[in-house]
Unconditional design. Structure first.
Length: 367
């Protein structure tokens, strides 16, 4: 068995700063050692509950406090999710990720409904992933028992810069959730966003934290910020494609066995730019016209790109069978939790300003 490398921040920065073509070559070499370079997984990201979130993430149009064009929707039905999953499967998707705009999972009727949605997609022979906010160990075990394959909970950025992005929860909550997911024997999906005003060092610190998880995440999504009008980050400049290539390549080298997922921001990337990301180690894309609420390339464009590049969609469970969780005890099955996740006391000036703007815009609309 290959010995796992324990990285330092200095080493990751050194990798990230290599001449671009040398970096891509090294990453491609690592990628070919652990993955099929001619396969890319097609995943579908489905917003099963949209808008109304009480968090203040500066990048997110689903935060209730900001005024964006997002239309709030109630939790989707089994029939709606079945239709969406079938459509995705026909187009080559082998994974469905269901996202709900929640701060954290609560043991209520909505969570019972999510369990049914997980069971439904699992029965379709597709990998099913969920991103529902913070989750306890028992809640994660309930999802695992229902057939969940992966749980997504992004670190977003470095611990230092996190305080500039979100004030309604702490970085330790992210890490605790990932620990709970791992205890439930689920696979872990965790990555971040670049282009939020963070430094290169912040990006590498995030990769360092992910690399120190034991085991390392099975999936590492790399997102480019999509600036949305009405959010505090609406004026951020788009991320250059070279930054995405560097981030994908560095993630590939630092976490050789993880699937690096080329996620949000692809709409502004050319096929050539995406091809460089695939060469640098990206092994997955999210297909469909939207990623939760963010515009995404049309599915036909993605299929055309696959044909040009000679790529094949990855089959479901190609990287491992469904997790085999231990059966829940009767006590765990009946357990109803109300955990007290952290609420840091600091305030982010831009978030306060945009919250006020959001209230004024909503009042103007109501008049």
């Amino acid at each position: 068995m290959e010995e796992r490398k324990e990285w330092t921040l200095a080493e990751i920065l050194e990798v990230h700063r290599k001449p671009l073509l040398e970096l891509v070559y090294e990453a491609a070499t690592v990628h070919r050692k652990h993955h099929n370079p001619n396969e890319v997984q097609i995943s579908s990201l489905l917003s099963i509950k949209t808008g109304g979130c009480q968090e203040d993430c500066g990048y997110c149009p689903q935060a209730a406090r900001y005024h964006t064009d997002i239309e709030e929707n109630d939790l989707m039905s089994v029939e709606q999710v079945t239709t969406a999953a079938n459509r995705a499967k026909v187009l080559g998707a082998s994974r469905v990720c269901m996202g709900a705009a929640w701060r954290n999972v609560k043991d209520d009727e909505d969570f019972d409904q999510v369990i049914k949605l997980v069971q439904t997609v699992n029965s379709m022979d597709m990998e099913v992933c969920a991103t529902l906010g913070m989750v306890t160990e028992t809640q994660a075990k309930k999802l695992a028992e229902a057939g969940l394959y992966a749980y997504n909970h992004n670190l977003d950025t470095s611990e230092d810069y996190y305080k500039e992005v979100i004030s309604t929860r702490g970085y330790e909550d992210r890490l605790e959730t990932l620990s709970n997911v791992r205890k439930a024997k689920l696979t872990v999906c965790s990555g971040g966003i670049i282009g939020m005003g963070e430094s290169v060092e912040d990006r590498c610190k995030m990769l360092l934290t992910l690399s120190q998880l034991n085991p390392q995440p099975e999936s590492v999504p790399i997102n480019a910020l999509v600036a949305v009008e009405g959010t505090p980050m609406e004026d951020q400049e788009p991320v250059p494609i070279w930054d995405m290539v560097r981030m994908v390549a560095t993630a590939r080298i630092v976490m050789p066995k993880s699937t690096v997922r080329l996620s949000a921001g692809r709409l502004s990337m050319t096929k050539e730019g995406q091809a460089l990301c695939f060469m640098a180690g990206a092994g997955s894309i999210f297909a469909g016209d939207k990623l939760l609420t963010t515009p995404n390339p049309a599915t036909n464009d993605d299929l055309e790109m696959f044909e040009i590049l000679g790529l094949q969609p990855t089959a479901p469970f190609a990287k491992g069978d469904r997790p085999q969780p231990e059966p829940l005890t009767e006590e765990e099955r009946a357990k109803k939790e109300n955990p007290k996740w952290s609420r840091p006391g600091h305030r982010i000036p831009a978030h306060v300003e945009y919250t006020k703007k959001g209230k004024l815009k909503k009042k103007a609309i109501q008049k």
